[in-house]
Design a binder for this molecule. Structure first.
Ligand code: BTN
Length: 257
């Protein structure tokens, strides 16, 4: 059982997670926040579910987690907050928050895999799915969905990348309340920094992306491209070097070749 009291003691934010909704089961925390705009209104609202029945991953994949053992939650940001922000930067800030929380609390070295996976020892511990609704030509609502394998010991089903959990990597049981509060504390701080100095987030993200400089394949559906992972640009797009030409890549799965 998630202890709201233990979570609240550790939460040190002004906005993020101050409106906190705890559910036993939902289809997807992202879908729940996105589709009920009259129910969930406040920027910073966090919805945590013990179990998602239809947890969504990137590219229409599933996100599976073990009831009561892991963290599956979404953060809602409305236009009041995101008007001045770049969604790609929020994406980078979310994965960086998970990586920094892991390092602060468990002294584990993490790696970031473009666009937003968090890896430990070459295996995936967390994935992020950002979804938006649009009104006219403006983004109206942004939902940042974060799934983290905390205490899961067995992984069943198919994974496009080998999974792991923090429990498997540390050998100790992970306190979900402390971990969630730490992520939200860091995310709020990064979000504030994004308003004035987005370049620091790019720099910090880049320093944790070990694939930069490697020969990679980027796959998007049926299409794939090979090249060298040259860098990420100021907007967080991947720069792929092919035959001395640098191409900007907006989507795709990166694998080493
Ligand atoms: C990925 O790596 O493909 C992204 C996974 C994102 C999973 C999280 S769990 C909470 C939120 N709700 C969802 O349905 N998906 C995201």
């Amino acid at each position: 059982m998630f202890s709201l009291e233990n979570f609240d003691i550790k939460l040190d934010t002004e906005l993020i997670g101050r409106n906190f909704i705890y559910c036993d089961e939902v289809n997807s925390t992202n879908s729940e926040l996105l589709s009920n705009k009259h129910l969930y209104k406040k920027s910073g609202t966090v919805l945590l579910a013990e179990k998602q029945l239809k947890g969504k991953g990137r590219k229409d994949r599933n996100w599976q987690s073990a009831k009561g053992l892991d963290l599956t939650f979404s953060i809602l940001l409305n236009r009041d907050i995101v008007a001045e922000l770049n969604i790609n930067h929020l994406n980078l800030a979310a994965s960086l928050s998970v990586a920094l929380a892991t390092e602060n609390l468990y002294q584990l070295r993490t790696e970031l895999k473009w666009p937003n996976d968090v890896l430990i020892n070459g295996k995936k511990v967390s994935g992020i799915l950002i979804e938006t609704t649009v009104k006219g030509s403006n983004i109206e609502r942004v939902v940042i969905g974060i799934g983290i394998n905390l205490n899961q010991l067995v992984f069943q089903g198919e994974y496009n990348f080998p999974p792991t959990s923090l429990r498997l990597e540390t050998g100790v049981n992970i306190n979900r309340e402390i971990f969630l509060a730490e992520i939200l504390n860091i995310f709020e701080e990064l979000m504030i920094n994004l308003q004035t100095q987005p370049e620091t987030i790019i720099k910090d993200w880049r320093s944790k992306c070990k694939m930069i400089g490697d020969k990679i394949t980027i796959t998007d559906g049926e299409q794939s491209k090979k090249g060298i992972f040259y860098d990420i640009d100021d907007n967080g797009y991947l720069l792929l070097k092919r035959n001395d030409i640098i191409e900007k890549v907006h989507f795709g799965d990166v694998s080493l070749r």
